[in-house]
Design a protein around this ligand. Structure first.
Ligand code: ARG
Length: 273
């Protein structure tokens, strides 16, 4: 029964996101991951980029600090730097497409984007539609509440109003509580969910631990509960069956892990407790 609800939810999310596809004002940024050294190579690189086969298009949803977020006019964060390092290893130029989170998988399926890098959790249902690389980090779903809340742990979410980002694993797990009389409010991003809680519209927010820490540090009077809901792994999503790209990216990722570069990127954005 639980599985069925999740499957239905995912189906609804997919349909919803397909309908929304292209209407969300996708924003494109080109990051400097060009490795061309000589003028001739640079010229060649330009031609290839124009032809489209030397550009690695990353689909993301830049509302998810510290993994991807807006800093002035730029999109920055762990995922951006990891993708840049991968593009560099592949001799490609990274291009970032900032779209709704639930549009990322359809964007990969249609071939408009090559990689989905968005703090995306490896999940069984998603694996039906895309392939995932080896994981590059672990995370968890946590509960944010107001400091004076009577919600002290996951069990207390029963019967409450829970805010999530639409189409995320937080959405999937929180939706389990619908059977217990909880109401799920789905927002375009985690920040909006936190704002809604501050305005008293909802009782709790279920979201990934690192964005949760950022939101709590930027807002007065809210806290993260000690007990997490799940433990998850983030990986890069790729169009199903594109094993050539999958293998290349797994190789690049393995090198970044081996050299310590991956950890250095993570440490730049997340200070150790
Ligand atoms: N880890 C969660 C998931 O895979 C949330 C990811 C949200 N990412 C984002 N860039 N908004 O569903």
């Amino acid at each position: 029964m639980k599985k069925q609800v999740i499957a239905l939810l995912m189906a609804a999310v997919m349909v919803g996101s397909m309908a929304a596809c292209g209407s969300d004002g996708a924003e494109t940024t080109t990051a400097a991951a060009d490795t061309a050294t000589t003028a001739a190579e640079a010229e060649e690189g330009k031609e290839e980029a124009a032809a489209g086969d030397n550009v690695l298009v990353m689909a993301t949803n830049a509302e998810f600090p510290p993994y991807e977020y807006h800093d002035g006019g730029d999109i920055v964060g762990i995922d951006v730097e990891v993708a840049e390092a991968i593009a560099k290893k592949l001799g490609m130029t990274l291009e970032i497409e900032d779209i709704a989170f639930d549009s990322i998988i359809p964007e990969l399926e249609s071939g408009k984007a090559d990689i989905g890098v968005a703090g995306m959790t490896v999940d069984e249902d998603r694996l039906k539609n895309v392939d995932f690389t080896e994981p590059y980090t672990t995370a968890s779903q946590v509960i944010i509440v107001k400091e004076d809340s009577d919600i002290a742990g996951p069990d207390d979410l029963k019967g409450k109003y829970i805010g999530v980002q639409l189409g995320t694993t937080g959405d999937i797990y929180a939706s389990d509580y619908e059977a217990d009389g909880s109401t799920i409010e789905r927002y375009n991003n985690g920040f909006e969910a936190v704002q809604a809680m501050q305005q008293g519209k909802i009782d709790a927010v279920v979201i990934d631990n690192e964005p949760a820490k950022v939101f709590v540090s930027q807002n007065e009077g809210i806290k993260i509960l000690d007990e997490a809901l799940t433990v998850e792994e983030y990986a890069i999503a790729i169009k199903k069956g594109n094993t050539e790209l999958l293998d290349k990216i797994n190789k690049a990722l393995a090198e970044l892990k081996e050299s310590g570069e991956l950890q250095a990127i993570i440490d730049k954005y997340i200070s150790a407790e």
